[in-house]
Design a protein around this ligand. Structure first.
Ligand code: CO
Length: 152
């Protein structure tokens, strides 16, 4: 495994729509393993492939509900609403308030191409939506109107 560099805004790669994954091969597994190491080191709740400059529909979510490898994830349904604080490893030192669905049902493939359905709520649902947005070139800053500086 190798740690990769996390792309920062306003890099245009973060605004691009990612392509579907078609090959579930060693190249994908290396990307997933590298992303996992990068995410752990950064102590984030999620990381999407475009954040390491790879325009593929691949995302990781790491919350108290588990560690999820999401390949070609699709939100099948949304329920309720939650408003809370969000940050992003590509928007260092800032945070903002974003309103999202409180519960989502997401269909995604695993690293071997097998389909799974995940039903998550609360913070995990927020993380799933944030990471899936990245795959469509959407950074949370476009969804919040109170971007704030982190104090240290
Ligand atoms: Co992010």
């Amino acid at each position: 495994m190798a740690k990769r560099l996390i792309v920062q805004v306003p890099d245009p790669i973060l605004s691009k729509k990612c392509r579907e994954v078609e090959s579930f091969d060693q190249k994908l597994w290396t990307l997933l393993d590298d992303m996992k190491e990068t995410l752990k080191e950064a102590e984030g709740a999620g990381l999407a492939a475009p954040q390491v400059a790879v325009l593929k529909r691949v995302a990781l979510v790491d919350t108290e509900d588990g560690f999820f490898e999401l390949i070609n994830p699709v939100i099948k349904s949304m329920k309720g609403e939650q408003t809370g604080i969000e940050g992003c490893l590509s928007v260092k030192g800032k945070y903002g308030t974003v309103t999202r669905a409180n519960e989502v049902k997401v269909e995604a493939q695993d690293r071997y191409g097998k389909k799974h359905t995940y039903k998550v709520s609360g913070f995990s649902a927020r993380a799933f939506q944030h990471e899936i947005d990245h795959l469509d070139g959407i950074v949370y800053t476009s969804k919040c109107n109170d971007l704030m500086e982190e104090e240290d």
